[in-house]
Design a protein around this ligand. Structure first.
Ligand SMILES: *Cc1c(COP(=O)(O)O)cnc(C)c1O
Length: 391
C-alpha cells in the first residue's frame, strides 16, 4: 500500500511558471496590467472568442454576467442542480429564483428537452454546464435562447480546451465562463474568465469588474492610473492581478499537453474499471469531439459493488488515495433544503440517483502511471464485488 497521500487533483506548476510569477513580482507592477491584457489576448487566440475578460474567479465572472443581463427579483434562471453551488447562490443573491433541471443519468448534463420544458414567461437566463470536460448539446438551447430572447450563459468551468461537434471550440461562440481555480485544467492560483462573441457585453463586463470606471486602472500605452476616470455605472472589484494572470498565461501554453496526459490516464481508467462491478464511469456525450478530462467521475452503486459511495471514499482514503464529490447537488445543501420556497424543480430523479453515487478519483497531469496503478489496486481492494483481492 502506498505511504504518500495521492490527492484527487493537483496543479502542475513548472519552474517556468514560478519564474514568470517571480519576474512579475519584481517588475514593480503586480495588479491588473500588461500581463492580464496579454493573457486575455492569448485566450482569444487559443479559443477563438472575440473578447475575454479575466477576473478573480469563475464565480465572479458569472456574477458580472448576471448583473450585466439584469437578473433580479421575480426572474427565473434555469440551471441544473448538479452544478457547483456558486451559480444557484448567485441567482438567489440577486433575488431571482433558481429553476433546477434534471440531468442525463450518465453524462450529468441537462438535456435540451428538460431545459425547454422548464421555460416560463419569467425565465430570464439559462445556465447549462459542460460537465467534467465533456461538451453539452448546446445547439437546441441556442435556438431556444434566440427564439425566446432568453440569454444563454454556458458554464464552461470544466471545459477549457474542450471541442464540441464540428470542431467548435468551447467558448468560441456565445457567452461562457471558465474557472482558473487550482483544481481546474489550467490555473492562475484563483481566477476566472468571461468570454463572449458580443463585444459590447465584453466591454460592459470589463467595466463592471473594476468599479464601473470608464477605463481600467492600467491602460495600454499609459502604464499607470488614469486619475480622471469616471464611474459610468456602479461596479464590482474583481480584476485579475498580473501576478495571477502571468501564471494563467504560462499555463495556457501547456493546455494541450495537460489534456493529452489527462486523456491517456482517463482511457486507462475506463479500460480497467470495466472489470469492477458497480463502479461506473460517466458516458461520453454525443456532442464531445475532444474531451478535456477535467474530472474522472465514477458512480458507486451499492447494489452491484457491495459498498456505498461514502464507504468507497473512506476505503480509498485509508489507502492514501484522495477522492472528491463533484458535486453535491445544489438542492441538497442545507440552505436549499431548508428554503424550498426559494427555488423550483420538477423531476430531479437522475440528479438524486447520482448525488448518492458520484465520486471523483485522482486525475491530474503530473500523476504517474504508478500512481494510477495504486488507485486501481485500492479500488480492487475496497470493492467487495471484486473477488479474491480482499486485504
Ligand atoms: C469551479 C466551478 C465554478 C466556479 O469557479 P470558481 O473559479 O471556483 O469561482 C462554477 N461552475 C462550475 C461547474 C465549477 O466547477
Amino acid at each position: 500500500m502506498r505511504t504518500e497521500f495521492l490527492p484527487f487533483a493537483k496543479p502542475s506548476i513548472s519552474e517556468e511558471d514560478v519564474a514568470a510569477v517571480l519576474e512579475t513580482l519584481r517588475s514593480g507592477w503586480i495588479t491588473t496590467g500588461a500581463k492580464c491584457a496579454a493573457f486575455e489576448e492569448a485566450l482569444c487566440d487559443r479559443l477563438g472568442c472575440k473578447t475575454a475578460v479575466a477576473v478573480t474567479s469563475g464565480t465572479a465572472a458569472m456574477q458580472l454576467a448576471l448583473h450585466a443581463i439584469d437578473i433580479g427579483p421575480g426572474d427565473e434562471v434555469i440551471t441544473p442542480s448538479m452544478t457547483w453551488v456558486s451559480t444557484p447562490n448567485l441567482i438567489t443573491m440577486r433575488g431571482a429564483t433558481p429553476v433546477f433541471v434534471d440531468v442525463d443519468r450518465d453524462t450529468l448534463m441537462a438535456s435540451p428537452d428538460a431545459v425547454a420544458s422548464a421555460v416560463t414567461d419569467r425565465t430570464r437566463a439559462i445556465i447549462p454546464v459542460d460537465y467534467a470536460g465533456a461538451a453539452l448539446d448546446l445547439q437546441p438551447m441556442r435556438t431556444l435562447s434566440s427564439e425566446r430572447g432568453i440569454p444563454l450563459i454556458e458554464d464552461a468551468a470544466h471545459a477549457i480546451g474542450t471541442v464540441r461537434a464540428a470542431g467548435e471550440v468551447v467558448g468560441s461562440q456565445g457567452t461562457a465562463i471558465f474557472s482558473l481555480h487550482p483544481i481546474k485544467t489550467i490555473t492562475s492560483g484563483e481566477g476566472g474568465v468571461l468570454v463572449s462573441d458580443d463585444e459590447e457585453l465584453g466591454n460592459r463586463i470589463r467595466r463592471l469588474r473594476f468599479h464601473g470606471l470608464g477605463v481600467d486602472a492600467w491602460q495600454r500605452g499609459q502604464q499607470g492610473r488614469a486619475p480622471q476616470a469616471e464611474v459610468i455605472e456602479p461596479g464590482y472589484k474583481c480584476n485579475l492581478p498580473d501576478m495571477n494572470a502571468v501564471l494563467g498565461l504560462k499555463q495556457l501554453k501547456r493546455l494541450d499537453a495537460f489534456i493529452e496526459r489527462r486523456t491517456e490516464l482517463a482511457m486507462r481508467y475506463r479500460e480497467q474499471l470495466a472489470d469492477i462491478p458497480g463502479v461506473t464511469p460517466l458516458s461520453d456525450s454525443a456532442e464531445t469531439q475532444r474531451h478535456s478530462w477535467h474530472l474522472f467521475i465514477v458512480r458507486v452503486d451499492p447494489d452491484t459493488s457491495g459498498i456505498d459511495r461514502d464507504g468507497f471514499m473512506e476505503g480509498l482514503k485509508a489507502r492514501n488515495i484522495g477522492t472528491g464529490i463533484h458535486f453535491r447537488a445544489a438542492h441538497s445543501h442545507a440552505w436549499y433544503r431548508n428554503n424550498g420556497d426559494m427555488w423550483r424543480a420538477d423531476d430531479l430523479s437522475n440528479t438524486e440517483w447520482n448525488n448518492d453515487r458520484i465520486c471523483s478519483i485522482p486525475l491530474f497531469p503530473d500523476m504517474t502511471d504508478a500512481d494510477q496503478c495504486d488507485v486501481m489496486d485500492a479500488i480492487r481492494a475496497v470493492v467487495p464485488a471484486v473477488e479474491g483481492v480482499q486485504t
